[in-house]
Design a protein around this ligand. Structure first.
Ligand SMILES: Nc1nc2c(c(=O)[nH]1)N[C@H]1C(S)=C(S)[C@@H](COP(=O)(O)OP(=O)(O)OC[C@H]3O[C@@H](n4cnc5c(=O)[nH]c(N)nc54)[C@H](O)[C@@H]3O)O[C@H]1N2
Ligand SMILES: Nc1nc2c(c(=O)[nH]1)N[C@H]1C(S)=C(S)[C@@H](COP(=O)(O)OP(=O)(O)OC[C@H]3O[C@@H](n4cnc5c(=O)[nH]c(N)nc54)[C@H](O)[C@@H]3O)O[C@H]1N2
Ligand code: SF4
Ligand SMILES: [Mo]
Length: 759
């Protein structure tokens, strides 16, 4: 008999709700959109229908240990866990916890494991989480800390409602990044009363839908955004009421824009002056405006400054906190934290002295943190649900550095490039074999959460990550494996939650065993978790999060239809979540309360960021410096475009791709002609770091001098004999040092390369 299961797509942060239909033998028959999902409402893109290539891929199914000759041998879980735990304890006790690093923690569909990993990090005494987010969003987070008071404030963009929409450095028709991206953009494009402006150096699918397309010179967005702001302020078009009532610091920022030579900056950005004026005036005049930005300005020159300027554009025009604009949102559990600056006593890394942003550290400094003579260089690295040797910058430098680690542990579902370099590889259950969720619930005014039940049991000899972390912590001697008394109390507690027996029992336990308190999440998993129905043990975390959220936002939670108060509201929210297989609303906010989400004490936006205003003032000098360095490697490569058939490094079997199997390098016809290259030719693309072989596609989509290759290609797969069918790894070309001075986010969108035909 066939069965249908409700879950979510795990290939991008939208996590669209899906139905997976299984045939009689339990294999995937059909994948369709789930109309009951509160945000995606049945929407799907072409990638989701290929999820069988995730669940049915060549899997890891035994812990592996590296032998002296470099090959791997299978070992039991007991042996692997004890040996890893002993080594971690030894490194911690000999060199200090700060010589241990943790990388990854969750991709596009799985965040529970990474949160349970906090217990392992506590046992290791390390504050160092290296994350993919710290190679894209940390510049934004730093700016949010200054503007809104905390680095873990974030905003939703009302692209579906706004009258005027500016998309800068993003291609939602391919990458999504907003709910139901394709119909949303198509509707906006068709509506004569609304305006879509796209800023991109490439004529993308989204740019083709734009009313106004500003084909900016790659890496020059800071000049363009500064010019847009300068037009608004020099023509006195700013929203004076909003600035007076809801912000502070406008008088400080204004002079920096009043002196900007608009036509010069427009010329540097490659945009005619009248277009700059048209867009600036259009934004100022629009009743509502939303701005959506992404990697095109984050993994790009002036990254952190870009983040600031993009936000100032909606702030000075008063498009913040109102319907149809950019609005802060809440989160069931924030994905990130807030790091103190080094001056305030915030932790910095031993070798490079890098500060945390949002409690995260940037992958770009990893090679230097490891490959060093510093006594507190990194000696152990635990990689979970990430593949640094494909997705972090500068694979050659990383490879060299990882060889110097005393311990590299990889927790993954597949034999990745990073796993191949590890001392131990631990096989995880897939995201459809365990309870899972993401904290990509980033919406306003209505926010939601989707807890997904497993469809299959874990493949034999694999484990869900929370179990792996618990076993490691236990083997390190930090915590028992189980808590029978608490588990018994939890059973009663679930029958009569109003008595609050479990919180009381936990408080008493931690009073007698203070050491256990810092592992509270694991204790909760083994007590409350065991009393939850089905395979929901790790929902203990969601229980905690639901109580926290209901306490912080009681009215907003009640508006979703829950008639309870205080502790009972937390219970009601938790029950709503675990009994909603398609996901459910967790809050309904009101725009009139929006200012409460600003974390500065005065509930105002603090516009002035002196560090970035200083950076803005120096842009003219930077333009001159850039002009000198563009000779030896004459092309500018966009190293990591989102296309129809790439999904980060999640799907490894190249068969999953229906088109663009080799992951072509796009090149303008004039450049192709000058080099004697035609579509389908193989070329060598080199940077100062390394070189790749890649197939060329001649297209007007990129202007002369610009090249574009996809992200997520070049992954090894068992049985795949022809390496060219897998495409090329973009990060063979990127340098770990080519990054933003403040956030250390890589310049993946501006990699200087040269090209030669392959003969
Ligand atoms: N199909 C697919 N979708 C995905 C993913 C995937 O792997 N595949 N990954 C997901 C993830 S993790 C992320 S972070 C998002 C990223 O989503 P996006 O940021 O939208 O995707 P990208 O294609 O990397 O880059 C966006 C755009 O930046 C443009 N760009 C390049 N250089 C510049 C520049 O100098 N200035 C400006 N203004 N634009 C520039 C590129 O031409 C491109 O159109 O996508 C998510 N969605
Ligand atoms: N040059 C260049 N580099 C880039 C980018 C670019 O545009 N250009 N984009 C960057 C961006 S925005 C991002 S987000 C990163 C993404 O890069 P990563 O953070 O490395 O994440 P993924 O590519 O999603 O890889 C996820 C890994 O998780 C594994 N996995 C899947 N399910 C599970 C599971 O349930 N448990 C465990 N333990 N493992 C699992 C997969 O097999 C895969 O190896 O890449 C970045 N790298
Ligand atoms: S890849 Fe497509 S179907 Fe999957 S979550 Fe993203 S937008 Fe939805
Ligand atoms: Mo990303």
């Amino acid at each position: 008999m066939s069965t249908t299961h409700r879950t979510a797509c795990i290939l991008c942060s939208q996590n669209c709700g899906i139905h997976i239909q299984l045939d009689e033998v339990g294999q995937i028959d059909k994948i369709t959109g789930d109309p009951a999902h509160p945000v995606s409402e049945g929407y799907l893109c072409q990638k989701a229908t290929r999820l069988n290539y995730y669940q049915q891929q060549a899997r890891l199914n035994s812990p592996l240990r590296r032998k002296a000759d470099g090959s791997f041998e299978e070992v039991s879980w007991e042996v692997a866990i004890q040996e890893i735990a002993d080594q971690l304890r030894h490194i911690r006790d000999t060199h200090g916890g700060k010589t241990i690093g943790y990388a990854g923690g969750g991709g596009q569909g799985n965040h529970l494991g990474g949160i349970y990993a906090s217990a392992l990090r506590t046992a290791c005494q390390t504050p160092f989480i290296y994350s993919a987010l710290a190679q894209e969003k940390t510049g934004n987070f730093w700016v949010h800390g200054k503007l809104f008071g905390r680095q873990n404030t974030n905003y939703a963009e009302a692209v579906a409602e706004a009258e005027y929409v500016l998309i800068i450095g993003s291609n939602p028709l391919q990458s999504h990044g907003l709910p139901k991206a394709r119909p949303t953009i198509n509707e906006l494009s068709r509506d004569p009363k609304r305006t879509l402006v796209v800023i991109d150096p490439r004529e993308t699918e989204t740019a083709k839908k734009a009313d106004i397309f500003l084909q900016v010179k790659a890496g020059k967005d800071a000049y363009l955004m500064a010019a847009l702001l300068a037009v608004i302020l020099q023509e006195d078009l700013q929203d004076k009421d909003f600035l007076a009532n809801e912000t502070v610091g406008f008088a400080e920022i204004r002079p920096h824009f009043m002196r900007i030579p608009i036509s010069e900056y427009a010329a540097i950005a490659g945009i005619p002056l009248d277009k700059v004026q048209q867009v600036a005036r259009g934004m100022a005049a629009a009743k509502t405006m939303a701005i959506r930005s992404d990697l095109g300005i984050e993994q790009s020159h002036n990254s952190t400054l870009n983040a600031y300027l993009a936000r100032l554009l909606f702030l000075v025009t008063g498009n913040f906190g109102k319907e149809g604009t950019n609005c802060l949102h809440t989160a069931l559990l924030p994905l990130i934290g807030h790091s103190k600056s080094p001056e305030e006593g915030g932790v910095v890394t031993p070798v490079t002295g890098m500060q945390g942003i949002g409690k995260l550290f940037p992958p770009n400094i990893l090679p230097q943190e490891i490959d060093s003579d510093h006594p507190r260089r990194m000696r152990a690295l635990i990689v979970e649900s990430a593949n640094p040797l494909s997705s972090y910058a500068d694979i050659p430098a990383q490879r060299k550095a990882y060889a110097k680690l005393d311990l590299l542990v990889v927790i993954d579902v597949a034999m990745t490039e990073t796993a191949q370099a590890a001392h131990y590889v631990l096989p995880a259950a897939t995201q459809f074999e365990k309870l899972e969720a993401t904290f990509f619930n980033l919406e306003f005014p209505k926010n939601f959460f989707h807890l997904r039940q497993p469809i299959w049991p874990p493949l034999e000899n694999t484990l869900p990550e929370p179990e792996i972390h618990h076993r490691l912590v236990t083997a390190m001697g930090e915590l028992p494996a189980s808590f029978p008394v608490l588990a018994a109390i939890a059973k009663i507690d679930r029958r009569m939650p109003a008595l609050r027996l479990l919180p009381l029992a936990l408080a008493v336990t931690f009073a007698f065993r203070p050491r256990w308190k810092k592992y509270g999440l694991l204790v909760l998993k083994e007590s409350l978790g065991k009393a939850l129905p089905g395979e929901s043990k790790t929902a203990a975390l969601v229980w905690m999060a639901a109580h926290r959220y209901a306490k912080l936002y009681p009215k907003e939670v009640q508006r979703t239809g829950l008639n309870a108060k205080g502790y009972a509201l937390g219970e009601a929210l938790f029950n709503k979540i675990i009994s909603s297989p398609s996901g459910t609303l967790i809050s309904i906010h009101r725009h009139e309360d929006h200012a409460n989400l600003i974390r500065h004490k005065d509930r105002k936006v603090h516009l002035a960021i002196p560090e970035l205003l200083g950076w803005l003032d120096k842009l003219p000098e930077k333009a001159l410096a850039d002009a000198d360095t563009e000779k030896a490697f004459p092309f500018n490569l966009i190293a990591g475009e989102r296309r129809s058939y790439n999904a980060n490094a999640i799907l490894r079997n190249p068969e999953w791709r229906k088109v663009d199997k080799e992951g072509a390098l796009k090149i303008n016809p004039s450049d192709a002609e000058a080099l004697g290259i035609q579509s389908g030719d193989w070329v060598i693309c080199s940077s100062p770091v390394g070189s790749i072989r890649i197939i060329a596609k001649v297209t007007e989509e990129v202007p002369a001098g610009l090249l574009s290759m996809p992200h997520g290609y070049g992954l090894a797969y068992p049985g795949e004999e022809q390496p060219e069918r897998m495409g090329a790894l973009a990060n063979m070309l990127t340098s770990s040092e080519d990054c933003d001075p403040l956030a250390k986010t890589p310049y993946h969108k501006q990699v200087a390369v040269k090209l030669e035909p392959l003969v």
